[in-house]
Design a protein around this ligand. Structure first.
Ligand code: NAD
Length: 469
């Protein structure tokens, strides 16, 4: 397998490379080209050079080219999915599903059209509000959904008329390189460029004087670093950062009905989802019954390599995350936590951690207060609804939250009091390409998806016209 950067529509080799690790074995399975700072500059120059022409291309024509890219992605979904499964660790079917999700997102977003608003003035004059592309957008992505998140960043940027320089996570760079190679066959040269690397190239993007905006998905500390680095040229920012979403189960909830859903929204992608359920607060009267049911589902789940068709849940994606989740589980046990399922890393090679449910932990324990981003779910007892709302809101994070009840009206009222960007009733994690998604508090700045998301890639321009215009 040979991989290359895409700069100015061409495959560009690199002098250096780095190892990509298979998380199912912990061993290297490919070498990825490593971009130099000079190549980052070339990519930015290519994007800048392509900007005027792309921005001037009618939006309908831009959308046609984006649809052609989506068609090509669909034709290669199986191969790309296999590569994604190998580098990310998720089961093959889930990886192919990620590619199809990315295609769906691409096509829906290609249908968005920025509005021109008109406001009539009392003096007979008229104001028009236009939306214009920003210029060059830098996109920096994480390792949990490398292809999907790349699409979330890039497609609205392109629909809006910007050009892009993208950098995937060094843990999962390969499917993104392949995808941009495919895109380059359908887009003008320089419209979508991709470079590789870690902090040096990432902060190089954040600092770059010729990049106008950065869209970043990843951890909150990195988000802060990007904000600092972007200050020099007042970069526009969209930051999708960490979460520690609470699910609150009210005393009237139907345990039988909700246990499989709580399980699903906590353990999808082996817990490596920004807006997964990361702590479940259950009323005293239901706590034991719900914890046992979720634990039974966790214990029955098949954890294994993504290449095994029987696997439902893959390994953690990288050694650092595996060690971190192991430490949090150890700490929970030391604090008196009782594991009803899992609790210790699986023996053997690779970064496998079983789906785990821990009870008898509470706020103040690391497993409750910190974002585990892995398959260890704390289930926490409460007795007073007002108190539990305060505990759910006591986090510095505010990505999502949910309330579970048979009384939808009451649950909706409480859900609106959660301090978070998305509040669900009787579900969690669900997102759609036409619905804005973003974090409150330290979980981010701005939103993605829908027309609100498109606005983040555009500069408003107010045009004031005199009476009679
Ligand atoms: P990370 O912050 O370590 O890395 C993300 C990306 O940033 C990588 O491409 C990395 O190379 C780059 N990077 C690292 N340091 C940088 C710097 N100083 N300047 C510029 N770029 C830099 O995050 P991760 O470990 O890959 O991802 C896990 C985190 O992402 C979790 O906290 C998770 O909640 C969050 N996440 C959030 C969302 C969301 O939509 N809110 C979605 C997925 C993941």
């Amino acid at each position: 397998m040979a991989f290359a950067l895409t700069i100015g529509g061409k495959a560009v080799p690199c002098a250096d490379s780095f190892a990509v690790i298979d998380p199912a074995t912990g061993a290297e399975f490919a070498q990825c080209p490593l971009a130099s700072v000079a190549q980052l500059d070339q990519a930015v120059a290519a994007a800048r050079g392509a900007f005027t022409g792309w921005a001037a291309t009618p939006i309908e024509r831009r959308a046609e080219m984006i649809h052609a890219f989506a068609d090509a992605l669909a034709a290669e979904a199986d191969d790309l999915g296999a590569l994604l499964s190998r580098e990310q660790g998720k089961p093959l079917a889930a990886a192919v599903g990620e590619i199809h999700g990315a295609i769906h997102w691409t096509r829906t977003t290609a249908g968005f059209r920025p509005a021109v608003e008109r406001i009539e003035q009392a003096d007979g004059g008229r104001v028009e509000i236009h939306r214009k592309p920003l210029g060059v957008v830098g996109s920096i992505t994480p390792w949990n959904f490398p292809v999907m998140i790349a699409i979330w960043h890039v497609i609205p940027a392109l629909v809006a008329g910007n050009t892009v320089v993208q950098k995937p996570s060094p843990n999962t760079p390969l499917a993104t390189l392949r995808m941009v190679e495919i895109a380059a066959r359908h887009l003008p040269a320089g419209v979508w460029n991709v470079v590789t690397g870690d902090i040096e190239i990432g902060s190089g993007i954040a600092k770059h004087p010729d990049i106008d905006k950065v869209v970043f998905t990843g951890s909150t500390p990195t988000g802060r670093a990007i904000m600092r680095d972007g200050a020099a040229n007042l970069k526009r920012l969209t930051l999708e950062l960490g979460g520690n979403d609470a699910a609150i189960v009210l005393p009237d909830a139907d345990v039988e009905a909700i246990a499989p859903q709580i399980f699903q929204y906590a353990f999808g992608n082996s817990g490596q989802i920004c807006a997964a359920i990361k702590r479940v607060y259950v009323h005293d009267s239901l706590h034991d019954a719900l914890a046992e049911k979720v634990a039974a589902l966790a214990a029955a789940a098949k954890v294994g390599p993504g290449t095994d068709p029987a696997t439902q849940y893959g390994p953690l994606q990288n050694r650092r995350q595996f060690d971190y989740v192991s430490t949090l589980a150890e700490d929970a046990r030391a604090q008196g936590g009782r594991f009803l399922a899992g609790g210790k890393p699986l023996d053997g090679e690779g970064y496998f951690f079983p789906l785990s449910v821990v009870v008898d932990v509470t706020d103040g324990n690391r497993i409750v207060d910190e974002e585990q981003f892995g398959p260890v779910l704390p289930i926490i007892r409460y007795s007073d609804v007002e108190d539990v709302l305060a505990r759910a809101n006591a986090s510095e994070n505010g990505l999502g939250g949910s309330v579970w009840s048979t009384d939808i009206g009451r649950a909706a009222e409480l859900a609106q009091r959660l301090e978070c960007g998305t509040a669900w009733v009787n579900s969690h994690s669900k997102i759609s390409p036409d619905v804005p998604f973003g974090g409150a508090k330290q979980s981010g700045i701005g939103v993605e998806f829908g027309l609100h998301g498109l606005d983040e890639y555009m500069q408003l321009q107010t045009v004031r016209l005199p009476a009679g215009a």
